[in-house]
Design a protein around this ligand. Sequence first.
Ligand code: ADP
Length: 543
Amino acid sequence: MMNSPLTLTAILERAGRYFPQVEIVSRLPNRQLHRYTWGQLHQRALKLAECLQNAGLQKGDRVATLMWNHYAHLEAYFGVPAAGGMLHALNLRLHPDEIAFISNHAQDRFLIVDDVLLPVLENFKSKVRFERVFVVQHCQNAAASEYENYEDWLAQASREFHYPEISEQDGASLCYTSGTTGNPKGVLYSHRAIVLHSWQQCMADSCAVSQHDVVLLASSMFHANGWGLAYTAAMVGAKFVMPGPHLDPESLLELIEGEKVTLSCAVPTVWLGVLAALEKRGRSWKPKRDVRILCGGTAAPVSLIEGLARHGFHLIHSWGMTETSPQATVSRLKPEMLDWPEERRLQQRAKQGWALPFIDVRIVNEQGLAPADGGTMGELEVRGPWVAASYYKAPETADRWTEDGWFRTGDIATMDPDGCIRLVDRSKDLVKSGGEWISSVDLENTLMSHPAVREAGVIAVPHPKWQERPLAVVVLKDGMLVSPDELRGFLAGKFAKWQLPDAFVFVSDLPHSTTGKLLKSELRRQYADWCQRSLRFDPLAII
Ligand code: ADP
């Protein structure tokens, strides 16, 4: 067989050749919809690649972006790797010092930035060294004169672009993990890894992405390579929709209805908001076309899966990490499960599912390889062609990989006899109470199945006797009221007494990370002295 390289340039050329009329829709910062096609994207990505080469970009050089999800970001997704460079999408929600750290570590040479994000750049520009900065102009007023205009730059292309020689092992895109456990770490995706990951997203038993889909990318393009979906949509010629900065539930629903979206993706928090908005429209309101939702990043609660289904949104639960491109497992029902009672089917779908083809997973604890008995917990380890083999320029992190080449995820899981994975918790989020482990995820998901609860976070708070005890921080649905006793009673039937939270705190909002996940580190910080504050817990205290 021929040894054709698996590169993004093949995907770009295919989109331009076979799907030139298929639409790409972007919601711009001013809320207007920008429309063009894969054909135009193809042309403009090649212009960008030519301009980058003319600017002196060498193979492997990093080009940073500071942009929301829209057409120009998509051009960089394809144009930078086409020029032989590596796209580095900066997380615009990080602290300026963190962005500067990441950009310096990556040694970004160029930056493409939204005009509306220039104030973010302003906060770290003195700490970084971009050779040139190109501004995508969305607003009428001209760009700050110290920077160049992206459109003017693209207009200089002669359309005489020739692809450099690109190997499938070359880096195409660089993403940094969050810095919750030390400095952020870079994951460099190769062309080959991205192509293979895209291929699996098209599998009927994964996300089944096809040219019949309209894909809405509701997860950020700076998070885990935009979950791979931009490349997958281009590969199959799906209509592609991007929400810009407008990620509120109503704006998303407007796009879903208006553009006839059939597939979207984001973390559960986003869908919790969408579900609340759907419920306001009526218990059985549905968009004209059913929508599949690729959902991961944190565990998807049963109540979310069930609630969304009522409105024609079918959640596909998947587990992965920045380090795994990101999808590594997917939870789709097997044929024999279709006849199970609904409750059992929902419980099954709330698990993280089975490893995708070519991905291997195993669970390891102090005793060695954990048995696949659905109960024994251990750390989840993973390997495969789209799993990172190291962090970018960080030899000091080599211990995240085992000697036999598996990546240590830091997640605690169990494995069913049929190989299905259930994530118990992140090891740092488990509540270690009197030598026993309590899953914060299980408590949260059960709390969220209470009709009055919108979102719940369970954290470990230090305890003088038990080392740690669970504390539940709860957001109620609009207009709902419930007492701590009722919530305790609700959990009591499903958990042992010692596993129940010591207290329930009611708040109007929970802190979220830059990628929309519950920020447990912040909750832990806020409630670190909980035991001192309430030496004797008063169950009727509503804070
Ligand atoms: P971070 O959350 O640290 O910024 P990632 O976005 O790469 O970085 O998150 C990866 C982590 O998210 C996983 O290690 C796991 O803890 C969690 N995660 C991802 N998918 C799921 C899921 N379906 N269920 C539960 N946890 C998940």
